[in-house]
Design a protein around this ligand. Structure first.
Ligand code: SF4
Length: 355
């Protein structure tokens, strides 16, 4: 008979499965778009970017067509911390954020005087969905003695309740710093990233029970089996992956840190446990190295979102063109929420690793 925690895990997995099923139906099939049409959208977007003084800010996990266009037009492709910094410092009037909703909200909160558009408002994140603001607020209220640190993958309302926002590139350093001040942490929402930080800092951390449906699918056994085929390969793992996967890594880090590691490591082959969208920029950084996606779901599983975030996949050239052309999908955040979330985001933006 299944234990209570096993039952909870089954329910959680079922909810995740349902989430994926719902969203996969909305992911455009980019393979089906003919190259002529794609070229027309690209040219139309380029013209609109100039006409509207707009810039594209794209995440590493979006379609390589979007990443390439962002690069060609003076925009940026990066992780969520650099996306936030870039939007904040760029002089465009309109920021077109290709990613998931919390990234658009963050851009708006940090740069309220600019218009922030997104190709789709449907693109969310299982970490955001799994941490509703009302439940999270109640959780925080039960633990007033703890400093609230939330991952960037949360709604504006959750950020507004937090003392600190962090991305995976600085989460470890921020918690280490707070721990050195003797502060106890309430961490949300990713339990795997939280455990990784807790293990490496020894900080007193109370965890919210959330996870990323993409990284959760990576399996240590599959990576170990793959190492038999590629015994010289380095293993690069994003810390949203389960602990057993992190344990077999040569390098654990954020998307930007994994790209930097691919460059600096001597190995010619890399087994990579994060969303496959990263291969576009990683291959640019190491054109002569072989990149191999880490196995997901185990040999008998029926994973349908393997190493591809279904929400990131909702961004396409077509809906990017539409939002820019029509000025649609504008991000708004109510003033009180934005002002409270700004404080916790500002701490992140001002945090220096040397703290
Ligand atoms: S890859 Fe995971 S953490 Fe990133 S947006 Fe998708 S569901 Fe969220």
């Amino acid at each position: 008979m299944a234990s209570l925690s096993q039952k909870a895990s089954i329910v959680e997995n079922h909810k995740h499965q349902q989430l994926v099923e719902q969203v996969l139906d909305q992911v455009p099939d980019t393979q089906a778009i003919d190259s002529g049409q794609a070229a027309r959208w690209r040219e139309q977007i380029k013209a609109l970017l100039i006409e509207k003084n707009a810039v594209i800010i794209a995440h590493y996990y979006t379609d390589p067509l979007i990443q390439a266009l962002a690069e060609e037009t003076g925009g940026v492709v990066s992780d969520s911390l650099e996306m936030a910094r870039f939007g904040n410092q760029h002089d465009a009037d309109t920021l077109v954020v290709a990613g998931v909703k919390f990234m658009g909200e963050t851009a708006k909160i940090l740069t309220p005087h600019k218009r922030v558009l997104m190709p789709t408002l449907e693109a969310t994140c299982s970490l955001d969905v799994g941490c509703p603001a009302d439940e999270f607020t109640a959780f925080c209220d039960q633990h007033p003695d703890r400093t609230v640190v939330v991952y960037a993958n949360t709604s504006a309302a959750v950020k507004a309740r937090a003392d600190w926002v962090v991305t995976s590139s600085i989460a470890l350093d921020v918690v280490d710093y707070l721990d050195s001040l003797g502060e106890k942490i309430l961490w949300a929402p990713d339990k795997y990233l939280g455990s990784y930080i807790q293990k490496n800092t020894g900080a007193d951390m109370l965890m919210w029970d959330g996870s990323c449906i993409v990284h959760e699918e990576f399996k240590a056994k599959g990576i170990i089996d793959l190492q038999q085929v590629y015994p010289q390969a380095a293993v690069l793992v994003h810390p949203e992956s389960p602990e057993a996967v992190v344990d077999v890594a040569d390098v654990v880090g954020s998307t930007s840190q994994l790209i930097a590691a691919a460059k600096s490591l001597p190995q010619e082959q890399m087994i990579v446990a994060t969303d496959q969208g990263i291969f576009y920029k990683m291959q640019q950084a190491v054109p002569d190295k072989q990149l191999i996606i880490a196995p997901t779901g185990g040999s008998g599983a029926n994973c349908r979102s393997c190493a591809n975030c279904p929400w990131m996949g909702m961004n396409s050239l077509e809906n990017l063109y539409s939002c820019l052309n029509q000025g649609s999908n504008e991000i708004t955040v109510d003033a009180d929420t934005a002002s409270m979330a700004y404080n916790s985001l500002e701490r992140m933006m001002n945090f220096k690793v040397s703290n």
